[in-house]
Design a protein around this ligand. Structure first.
Ligand code: ZN
Length: 269
């Protein structure tokens, strides 16, 4: 599943490739990716230019002339830029540009979403208005207090996009390991110092992952031929049975809140 660094990699690649392209028309072999009435969407987006591409948490935002298109790739959404090649099976939404190029949204699982909102109000509308801050922008005091008022495991809390945006399963495991905190710890037991360590580690992990173009494991590779290299930096995630890089203890895999979680039982308290 693409997380913040992978989505940022897609954003950067797309911005270089398609900013300033004007949309002539859209076709949708599978319309349900669009969360709104397709006819309305098709009419509204016509003749708008992609001025820039932003990202908030794991959402991609196409800034058009009058509207913002909010995109979530979910499990396996990818974009490809093509011209007149025949349509492939999982290409569900095709944005045709005046230039003759087209942008194709490919999604085997069909979980991705696209929503068009006016530029004036998209930041105050669902889903972006409920999104937490990313680690680099988070207010430490509010974060610590939010943890204190919850009564869930720290792993689940870090996955909650309303509390902190952009961390998914891979980067939460890495953040907890680097902070020496056990994923099953209750949020109310996290000290101020530990909360600071978590944010500090999350920032470093995400920065490094963005620098390396994200993580390419199992099914997800971002589109446009970009393969991330952060998998080489993983310390615990997917390392079951291997020695901890710090202390040599065997890394274990457990379920926390239903998610496969990798832990060094010696380093993480
Ligand atoms: Zn260890």
């Amino acid at each position: 599943m693409p997380e913040l660094p992978e989505v940022e990699t897609v954003r950067r690649t797309l911005e270089l490739a398609i900013s300033k392209e004007t949309i002539s028309h859209v076709e949708a072999p599978y319309q349900k990716i669009i969360t709104q009435d397709f006819k309305w969407f098709q009419e509204k987006i016509k003749n708008q230019t992609i001025n820039r591409i932003d990202r908030m948490g794991k959402y991609l935002i196409f800034i058009l002339d009058k509207d913002a298109m909010i995109i979530h790739l979910r499990m396996e959404g990818k974009f490809y830029i093509k011209s007149d090649e025949p349509l492939l099976k999982h290409e569900h939404i095709i944005f045709h540009f005046v230039s003759g190029k087209n942008l194709r949204y490919h999604d085997v699982r069909k979980f991705g979403t696209m929503t068009l909102l006016p530029l004036e109000t998209y930041l105050d509308s669902e889903p972006l208005n409920r999104l937490g801050k990313e680690p680099k922008n988070i207010d430490m005091k509010a974060f610590y207090q939010n943890l204190h008022h919850r009564n869930i495991t720290i792993k689940q809390a870090l996955l909650d996009q309303h509390l902190i945006a952009g961390l998914g399963n891979i980067y939460v495991d890495e953040t907890l390991f680097r902070s020496k905190i056990h994923p099953t710890r209750n949020t109310s037991s996290i000290t101020k110092k530990e909360a600071e360590a978590l944010i500090d580690s999350a920032k470093k992990v995400l920065e490094k992952a963005i620098e390396l173009g994200g993580t390419t494991i199992r099914s997800y590779t971002s589109s446009l031929g970009v393969h991330g290299r952060f998998q080489n930096e993983l310390m615990v995630h997917m390392k079951k049975g291997e020695p901890c890089p710090i202390c040599g203890t065997t890394i274990i895999k457990m379920k926390v809140g239903g998610r496969g979680t990798y832990v060094c039982p010696n380093c993480q308290h």
